[in-house]
Design a protein around this ligand. Sequence first.
Ligand SMILES: [Zn+2]
Length: 177
Amino acid sequence: MRAPTASHPGPMTSALTLVRPPAAGSPRTRDAYPCAICFLDTVGPTRRVSFGYGVAVHLCSVHASSRYLKRSDGRVAADALAAVFESLGCLTPNRRRALAAHVRRCEPAPETGRRRPGAYGGYRDLYRQVVARRDAGDALADVLADIAVCPRPWGLGRPSAATVRRWWRTAPIGAGA
Ligand SMILES: [Zn+2]
């Protein structure tokens, strides 16, 4: 939590110097709103953060930072806001959808297409490469050896050898195309 500083003497000037201008079409941002997460302990100005689905909350500079919002693939912020909404008796389906969408946006995604649920999780591109090599007649041992020496190539760490073997056994022919 940040303490007020000499450069932040009070709400009247902070509104002029520290609050970002609102996005076009959004209601005027004021620093008088408490942070939805800090609430009574809010320090400093807040800004309006939109989560889509018409859901927006005011957050302090700590909780509006991308570092906080993206922590643990967005789950920390989503869980905190879900608790806030639940406490207020307003965790509506729409708000649940907005928070779930926030988590989906923060999850590491393959470079092409959306992340799909399934055996290969976020390793879609790697899955396709493995299956394409299998279909082309490469040896499983060679593919595993290549994966073992590739340093975090997919932004997710390395899939286990058992996972790659499962893809090898179960992927339909042509799924790597
Ligand atoms: Zn806060």
